[in-house]
Design a binder for this molecule. Structure first.
Ligand code: P5A
Length: 440
């Protein structure tokens, strides 16, 4: 992408309303624009990040055996009356009436809708296990939307729903999601710790929140320090196999949110291993059994022919919140430092002197070569002063900056800067390409 033809509305001023660093940086880097309290437009750079997060989430859900669908944002109140949650949900629910005066709502979650889909088609245990997920916008009329997309009113969530014949099998489904979550966050460069949590309005008694430690986090959490260094299950994890040993490893060490905190149990953790910190909830998984299937009549016949309500769990990832969480975890004074996996582009190519024949030709060639090799490049071909170009590249945080100026080009060299470390190397064009993973 040529910057001269892109839409990257960088802000020079630090927006006064933004209280935390990720919100400031997302506004300044032209990733998002607030349209109303807690409601945002995702600008091109932000959308690229959102899509990359979604892609990782999708890959890991698919790997764990979940199947993607797409449910509507607007739901019928009638379904929520069946489950008994319509009144309970209170002011957080955005209630809408259509032209025929039917009660509708903008979905804050989709347990009811997915249960309705399930009961329409599935009758037998032979069709289980089943896990259906979607990545869809949700609306919660939060009392205090704040911190940008971290706590929005409209936000993007991955929500998966598992269906099983009994508690045992539902536990296995829960474990598959648990492991998929560990992998999902690790791929984004995050350490997200599964913590004992409160199930809130979703309900159920087996539930974990996945929490990224950050001083600006909204949750108070307590955990064992060793959880920060546990190995993440590999890509070769057998999701059909026994995942209990992995789960046990994670759940045998103390980790709890404030609501579930147990002072006495925490005191048993060696003092030098006790971590008391703030955290960002980037995911939340629940097993709630027959809470929805029973009132909504979602039943399956077992091998004995007897029908029973299906056992369910639901599994949420805060997709839009993750964009902010990654920035909280990875930035410096100059701006964002994207991990490779979710960077909007891999390389920022900087032409130091547009109009200079050698600079233009070399940049055009690098841009084409990298593009052909599948490396995503943002090419700054604009006629801006060098200082501003560097500042913009640092602000938007692409992993690599490839700098072409007349001086080094006279010697056939370009400069390559690693954003994360600030390390700079003067290299031949061929070597620079190799460093970026492109071989001739
Ligand atoms: C699980 C999937 C649920 O809604 N039902 C379907 C269950 N869980 S949850 O914990 O309430 O939400 C899941 C994740 O969504 C993110 N999230 C938010 N992100 C941005 N702004 C918000 N206002 C917001 N509310 C929830 C969190 O990451 C949460 O873990």
């Amino acid at each position: 992408m040529r910057l001269s033809r892109y839409f990257l509305p960088i802000l020079k001023e630090t927006p006064a309303e933004a209280e935390i660093v990720s919100h400031r940086l997302m506004l300044r880097a032209g990733m998002i624009r607030q349209q109303a309290a807690g409601i945002y437009t995702w600008l091109p750079l932000g959308l690229r990040v959102l899509d990359k997060i979604g892609k990782i989430v999708r890959e890991e859900q698919n790997r764990a055996g979940a199947i993607e669908i797409l449910m509507p944002t607007v739901q019928q109140a009638a379904l929520w009356k069946e489950s008994g949650r319509y009144e309970d949900y209170g002011q957080e629910m955005l209630r809408i009436t259509d032209r025929l005066d039917r009660e509708m709502l903008y979905g804050p979650t989709a347990e009811e809708v997915v249960t309705d889909v399930f009961r329409s088609y599935v009758r037998s245990y032979k069709d289980l296990p089943l896990n259906l997920y979607n990545i869809q916008w949700k609306f919660r009329d939060e009392r205090r939307p704040r911190f940008g997309v971290m706590r929005g009113r409209e936000f993007l969530m991955k929500d998966a729903y598992s269906f099983d014949l009994d508690y045992e099998r539902a536990t296995e489904a829960y474990r598959r999601m648990f492991v998929a979550y560990l992998r999902t966050y690790a791929r984004m460069g995050l350490t997200a710790i599964p913590m004992k949590a409160d199930s809130g309005p979703i309900g159920g008694d087996m539930t974990h929140e996945f929490i990224v430690l950050a001083s600006t986090g909204e949750s108070q959490v307590f955990c064992h320090k060793d959880l920060l260094d546990l190995p993440i299950p590999g890509a070769d994890t057998d999701f059909q196999g026994d995942l209990k040993p992995i789960i046990d490893q994670w759940t045998s060490l103390y980790a709890a949110t404030e609501e579930m905190h147990d002072e006495a149990a925490f005191a048993a953790v060696p003092a030098d291993k006790q971590v008391t910190a703030r955290g960002i909830e980037v995911g939340h998984i629940f097993y709630f059994g027959t809470k929805y299937s029973e009132p909504m009549g979602a039943k399956v016949a077992g091998p004995d022919g007897v029908e029973r309500p299906v056992h369910m769990g639901s599994y949420g990832v805060g997709v839009s919140r993750l964009a902010a969480a990654v920035i909280e975890a990875s930035h410096d004074d100059a701006g964002i430092v994207w991990p490779e996996a979710i960077a909007p582009f891999q390389v920022g190519l900087i032409n130091m002197k547009p109009g200079d024949a050698a600079c233009d030709a070399t940049c055009a060639e690098l841009y084409a070569t990298l593009g052909k090799a599948g490396v995503e490049v943002l090419y700054d071909d604009t006629d801006t002063r060098a200082g501003a170009k560097f500042a913009t590249m640092d602000l938007i945080g692409l992993p690599w900056q490839l700098i072409c100026g007349p001086k080094s080009l006279a010697e056939g060299k370009v400069e390559l800067k690693r954003r994360a470390t600030g390390e700079r190397e003067v290299l031949s064009i061929a070597d620079a390409l190799v460093r970026l993973g492109v071989t001739a």
